[in-house]
Write a protein that binds this ligand. Structure first.
Ligand code: 2HG
Ligand code: ZN
Length: 476
């Protein structure tokens, strides 16, 4: 039986916490909060609350705990797995975090900042930049994605190779627990061995254990100079060879190493305005976008990258390369890469798999995955691209024009099972950087080690005994 919608008296108490203007209940007002970014889920809710302080979040959760009402925390609503969308039954309220958006502190000497969950990732990057520092998490939706959502999904993006994922960038958290208690641990310490690392539990938990309201984050020195290049390579194995060569030259200065198949580049140039392929004359089947960031001690990184690429070309690791000679050109290369999801969306329906394997297994994953898709999805074409430097591919399939959409979409379940089996056989993960949400709950149940799963369930029971924190997401 679906849960009953909250009582009118509960809704009135909840509205009173945030005030009328910050409590949305008209259908048109709640519409943006009940559908996920990919349009996979269409939920309903009687109430969207926009709290402006931690105390308001705490009071909301205390009321929900008292009356047994489930909550769905939501950030910028840019997630790929439906983790921030309420269910269809209409018994869950949404807590949208966007008004909790203060930069609380920036400590340059400590290389840290404390920000609230509703800050957009771009606002966090800007605040760091204004203080002369770098907050390195970088992803296509950074203008609207919020830091609370980045934390809750342990977001990755295009600079993980050098700086790590959201978990690696976090020093402390402030979290409101199911009953309304506030867990405050925002000390921006690099060293703190006082027992369990509980903050790690909330990162990647997608709001199922508590609502993250603020975080202490690591800052870094901005590179004094960067070099960006696009190279054509004959195969994924050659791309890995190039990565190893560049590691020899530049070590940890490589911040991004992204792989794009020719078809992704063609689609993007064709479907997204203002995107061009600077290697249009190169017949390479694959392209690599590489970025290096160096300190003042290293001069002329573009020249050095050029030399490294030229020596790779000599041994046939690459067929051609173009170096960005200005910031605008580097941005244009990045636009080509960042627009691939949008191009795929415009092209038609797609099936997505966010996979990771040991980097050395990338060529095998591509070969075997492409063969699987050819066999199981005759009406689709493989578009496998992404963060190869992290061993993470977006192994996507686009519907071929002129084929039946419903028949194409119906291939998702068998294809997904086969792709995840293949990934497991290569020692990989079926969720690299997008999370579990609602989309992969069954897969998590099926594929996770039983001891690990029981540990997760035990944590969930302990922190959320009434099961009101984003139910049905991650675990069911
Ligand atoms: C990216 O790397 C994003 O561009 C989106 O993670 C991936 O659309 C996708 O599958
Ligand atoms: Zn990605």
């Amino acid at each position: 039986m679906p849960p009953r919608p909250p009582a009118a008296s509960t809704l009135a108490d909840l509205r009173a916490v945030v005030g009328r203007a910050a409590a949305l209940d008209a259908i048109a007002d709640v519409a943006p909060y009940v559908e996920d970014f990919r349009g996979l889920y269409h939920g309903t809710t009687p109430l969207v609350l926009l709290p402006a302080s931690v105390e308001e979040v705490a009071r909301i959760l205390a009321i929900c705990d008292r009356d047994g009402v489930a909550v769905v925390p939501q950030g910028g609503n840019t997630g790929y797995c439906g983790g921030a969308t309420p269910h269809e039954h209409g018994a869950e309220i949404v807590i949208a975090m966007r008004r909790l958006n203060r930069i609380r502190a920036v400590d340059v000497a400590n290389d840290s900042m404390v920000v609230e969950a509703g800050c957009t990732l771009a606002a966090v990057q800007d605040a760091a930049r204004a203080a002369g520092r770098l907050f390195p998490l970088s992803l296509g939706s950074e203008g609207s994605a919020q830091i609370g959502g980045n934390l809750s999904t342990n977001a990755g993006g295009t600079a993980v190779l050098r700086y790590g994922m959201m978990r690696d960038l976090t020093l402390g958290l402030e979290v409101v627990l199911a009953g309304g208690r506030i867990l405050r641990s925002l000390q921006p310490l690099r060293k703190d061995n006082t027992g369990y690392d509980w903050k790690s539990l909330f990162i990647g938990a997608e709001g199922t254990l508590g609502v993250i309201t603020a975080a202490a984050l690591k800052l870094f020195a901005s590179p004094a100079d960067t070099a960006t290049a696009l190279a054509g390579v004959p195969s994924p194995a050659a791309a890995l060879d190039l990565l190893m060569r560049l590691r020899e030259h530049f070590g940890e200065a490589i911040s991004s190493f992204e792989l794009l198949p020719r078809r992704a580049v063609e689609l993007t140039v064709g479907l997204v305005d203002g995107v061009a392929n600077p290697l249009a004359d190169d017949a390479a089947p694959w392209f690599v976008l590489v970025e290096i960031g160096v300190s003042r001690a290293v001069t002329d990184p573009t020249g050095r990258l050029g030399e490294a690429l030229a020596s790779a070309a000599d041994s046939a690791t690459l067929s051609g390369a173009v170096l960005a000679t200005s910031a605008a050109q580097a941005q244009a290369f990045w636009k080509l890469r960042e627009s691939v999801p949008e191009a795929q969306r415009r092209h038609g329906a797609s099936l997505k798999h966010d996979l990771s394997v040991p980097i050395s297994a990338i060529p095998r994953l591509i070969d075997l995955g492409t063969a699987l898709i050819a066999r199981l999805v005759p009406d689709g074409e493989t578009i496998a691209y992404g963060h190869v430097g992290d061993g993470n591919l977006h192994f996507n399939v686009s519907q071929k024009p002129g084929t039946d959409r419903a028949a194409f979409l119906a291939r998702q379940a068998p294809l997904q099972a086969a792709m995840f089996d293949l990934t497991a056989s290569l020692g990989g993960s079926f969720s690299a950087e997008h999370g579990i949400g609602r989309l992969k709950v069954e897969e998590l149940e099926r594929r996770t080690d039983p001891v690990e799963l029981e540990l997760m369930r035990a944590l969930k029971r302990t922190l959320d005994p009434k099961g009101i924190m984003n139910p049905g997401k991650v675990l069911r």
